[in-house]
Design a protein around this ligand. Structure first.
Ligand code: GLN
Length: 284
């Protein structure tokens, strides 16, 4: 806030009036700013004497709308009509730090980036989304929050010898994912069958409509943990991926605020608690 100084020791009657009006205006301005900052959903950076408050721009004031393919456990899945999972809890913890109420909205994975870019539907993507250079041309990503790899899933008892084994076979992938990209690059002579989400791809594998599925390793591990589907992870594919939260390039303040909140929940132990809750172990 800039404050105009009234110069001079002695003032005429007129000048005194001006001074009084300015003083009242100043008191009002301070009071109003004080009120506004209470509903500010921003972050404060204290550098020396100046405190800069950034008001976060979100679609609905006080809320953080999150776009997510909620069929990707343990990162996000629907329990009735309530979203739950590692990403959901992380986003809620971040929302708490930012003073924003978090609401998840289900979207097909493939449409998340174009919908975020178009604007108006959600402020952030939290969907086990891998940070990738081609995606970074479209949207910004937060700092990485989870390390991941790919997996190949086939009928239990299958011995996998390498990608050539898939030649002439039907390989299920989730549209627009890094698993699909891996299959396109590494599997020749197979028919890639796209699915809208991971659970549909697994159902097709179980039904014998495809011969294999390429999918993020932690999600395959989770989906097969009950071991009653007759399916198994036959290969781990070390792609060295990292997940990040996606934000519009028009909203860099939100990305910065999410990064700051993420760093805070990492250092105060909240991240570890959430990790342990969903993965049963602490991060390495
Ligand atoms: N991590 C993968 C990707 O970003 C898959 C994400 C997902 O299916 N939700 O492409």
């Amino acid at each position: 806030m800039s404050v105009a100084f009234i110069e001079g020791g002695f003032m005429s009657k007129g000048k005194k009036w001006v001074a009084l009006v300015l003083a009242v205006a100043l008191v009002l301005a301070v009071a109003l700013t004080g009120c506004a900052s209470k509903t500010d959903t921003g972050t404060s950076d204290t550098t020396g004497n100046t405190t800069k408050t950034v008001t976060l721009k979100t679609i609905e004031p006080g809320k953080l709308l999150v776009g997510s393919d909620t069929a990707f456990p343990p990162f996000e899945s629907m329990n009735g009509n309530v979203a739950e999972g590692f990403d959901v809890d992380l986003m809620k913890a971040i929302g708490e730090k930012l003073g924003l109420e978090v609401t998840f909205k289900t979207e097909i994975f493939d449409t998340l980036i174009p919908t975020l870019k178009a604007g108006g539907k959600f402020d952030v993507i939290a969907s086990g989304m891998t940070i990738k250079p081609d995606r970074q041309l479209e949207i910004d990503f937060s700092d990485p929050y989870y390390d991941s790899n790919q997996s190949l899933v086939m009928k239990k008892g299958t011995t996998y010898t390498g990608p050539e084994q898939l030649s002439g076979k039907k390989v299920g992938v989730q549209s627009g994912t890094t698993g699909e990209a891996w299959a396109k690059e590494n599997v020749t002579g197979a028919t890639l069958v796209p699915f809208k989400n991971a659970t549909d791809a697994f159902a097709a594998l179980q039904a014998g409509n495809v011969d294999a599925v390429v999918n993020d390793l932690p999600v395959s591990t989770e989906l097969l943990k009950d071991d009653d589907r007759g399916l198994a992870i036959v290969a781990q594919i070390p792609t060295g991926e990292q997940y990040g939260f996606g934000v519009s390039k028009d909203n860099p303040d939100l990305t910065a605020a999410i990064n700051k909140a993420l760093a805070e929940i990492k250092s105060d132990g909240t991240y570890n608690d959430i990790y342990q809750k969903w993965f049963g172990i602490l991060p390495e």
